[in-house]
Design a protein around this ligand. Sequence first.
Ligand SMILES: C[S@@+](CC[C@H](N)C(=O)[O-])C[C@H]1O[C@@H](n2cnc3c(N)ncnc32)[C@H](O)[C@@H]1O
Length: 284
Amino acid sequence: MLVSINMTLETIPKKKDCSISVKENRGSNMYQLGKKIFDKIPILRPMLIKGQQNFRPKFSGIGMTSFHTLPDEQFFKKIMSELHKFSTNENQYCYSDKMMDENYWKFYFVAFASSYAVKSTGLSSLVECGVANGYSAFVALKSVKNSEMHLYDAWNVMKDDLISESEKAIRGYYKTLDINFTKYNLKEFGSTRWHQGYIPETLDNSSPKLISYLHIDLNSSIPTFEALTFFYPKILNGGVILFDDYGLNDYAETKQVIDQFLINKNGTMFKLPTGQAMFFVLKP
Ligand SMILES: C[S@@+](CC[C@H](N)C(=O)[O-])C[C@H]1O[C@@H](n2cnc3c(N)ncnc32)[C@H](O)[C@@H]1O
């Protein structure tokens, strides 16, 4: 049956003017002024008046500001305090205290991805490609009790033939890394397996046969592609691949190779405001 709709534009209810009710609740002129500064000059947000909880962000860093309760604060308070105590070589690439705190949300996604992957596959077999001092590996190992983790890194200067022209700026960053410091930082975990050398050379028979979680943080597109190609067949249905550099402006080529690789793979890509992305793997 055809039902005619007798509504003209005049009879459609108007959208409520929400700005009026918001303004009514906004309170004092001081608040209005603060809000104006807050809206117009985001860079000042972290500095806004102490004690004015309305203005003080709970998190500010890596291009994000948030006023909401941080996730799993109890768990991460402890983790962050341990990460702050990590040992590193003099002049070695490492995070300053400020950088460490700014990575809170990145670490949260590492914890989420690793624990979700293990729960959904029933297998506690983790891989990280790009370990450096071991920050993100530490978070994953703390999040998944009794897991085995294979760690891949050159702990050395990046190789010219493994970085593209647009990635050359980062080449020397890691030349002072020392695997012994990373081993020391992760010493409480008995189940770490160390693969020192350049990817793809280290992707061989000593790698795990089946895995649930793969974290790729290599800041370079060629080894990212090689690691993905090598480990993808080993990831179980329900496993997760976490990409650290997916949305970062400086690593457009990494995003390209990932998108190209995943184009015909079954699963769901979850792109995160930190620049990371999580791929939830679906296999028959
Ligand atoms: C951004 S850092 C990793 C940071 C680490 N996930 C953390 O939480 O501290 C990138 C790492 O990738 C490593 N890397 C880059 N290209 C590599 C390659 N072809 N083979 C092995 N390691 C590589 C570097 O040595 C460096 O330690």
